[in-house]
Design a binder for this molecule. Structure first.
Ligand code: ATP
Ligand code: MG
Length: 311
């Protein structure tokens, strides 16, 4: 595996206050490596320093200390920036251009031929599922979710080897989230490395190989999602059942004293302390003739870890 992104001791102090005399440390000694082809999630609460990291990598702001390299080149190597893509947190658009014109313009900046620019713009607008009735509308008439799609298309205009996405799902409705989620997942087949930040854990859980959690500018955890989940402890499971009375269920669950039974209008809800207890609970339920409706984890271990890191 080759390295796509290497961050070493990256630190950023913002100068604030009337005379810019006060310094606020937004990022504190971040060290992180992302392999090529990985989808890497960068998690953190509001103000944790995610966007600051992205802006430092894109050279929109400059570090107080530390260094980083992308695709084996120092971030100050301007030529390398033509091989990467970036979706900012608050993208700014030329309001009076249409979506198609804007993307053709972005493609032109990378030096593609006129025909190529046209083809790329159309292919990308289709890829981000922008309704083709909107392709020739001015961007000032677009909703937040529509602009987000245009922003994502823009980030992919040069077939980047690595793409940096700052909250790619923000402003999207549930259907839009799923479409963009699928699109990001599809980048894996093109071997595009994806580095994206979010505070929406579900997106990270579905998409990422590895993730890092940032807390007040410091790296709190980094690793494979299974390991992060493991660190968050065992997860309790909930079984929803129907077709048996509470007495029958209570009797069947006697060998499992840790199981908690709650009656519901349609049957019962049984909570067991860990995934390991699910098989035993299922066997007991089968014996008393109960019908299984669903099995799912209670809460979200990654979420618990995330919340624990806020304090
Ligand atoms: N230009 C700036 N000047 C001063 N402080 C800043 C500036 N930009 C960010 N900060 C501060 O740096 C910290 C990190 O901000 P950043 O935008 O990187 O967080 P974030 O993790 O992206 O948060 P969010 O989830 O809200 O987007 C915050 O405390 C913020 O107030
Ligand atoms: Mg941000």
């Amino acid at each position: 595996m080759t390295v796509a992104l290497e961050i070493e001791n990256l630190t950023k102090d913002y100068e604030v206050g009337f005379a810019r005399k006060r310094r606020v440390r937004a990022l504190d000694g971040l060290t992180l490596t992302v392999e090529r082809g990985e989808i890497f999630g960068f998690l953190g609460a509001n103000g944790a320093g995610k966007s600051t990291t992205m802006k430092l990598l894109m050279r929109l702001i400059y570090p107080t200390a530390g260094r980083a390299s992308i695709l084996g080149c120092d971030i100050n190597d301007i030529a390398m920036h033509a091989r990467i893509g970036y979706l900012p947190e608050h993208p700014y658009f030329y309001d009076y251009l249409t979506a198609r014109e804007f993307l053709e313009y972005c493609a032109e900046l990378f030096g593609y031929t006129r025909t190529d620019c046209r083809q790329r713009a159309a292919a990308l607008l289709a890829l981000v599922h922008l309704d083709d009735k909107s392709w020739d509308k001015q961007l000032r008439k677009f909703s937040k979710g529509m602009l987000q799609r245009v922003g994502l298309a823009q980030a992919l205009v040069n077939d980047p080897e690595i793409v940096f996405l700052d909250e790619p799902m923000s402003g999207l409705d549930p259907v839009g989230r799923r479409e963009i989620r699928d699109l990001i997942a599809s980048l894996r087949h093109k071997e595009t490395t994806v580095f994206f930040c979010s505070h929406i854990l579900a997106d990270i859980e579905v998409l990422c190989d590895r993730a890092a959690i940032l807390q007040k500018g410091r790296l709190a955890h980094a690793g494979r999602l299974e390991d992060l989940r493991g660190r968050a402890g065992t997860r309790a499971m909930e079984l929803v059942v129907a077709g048996a009375t509470a007495e029958q269920l209570r009797a069947a669950l006697q060998p499992l004293p840790a199981a908690q039974l709650t009656q519901t209008p349609g049957g019962a809800r049984i909570e067991v302390p860990s995934e390991r207890d699910v098989d035993a609970a299922l066997a007991a339920l089968r014996d008393c003739g109960a019908r299984l409706v669903s099995v799912q984890p209670v809460g979200n271990p990654l979420e618990d870890l995330f919340v624990a890191n806020q304090n």
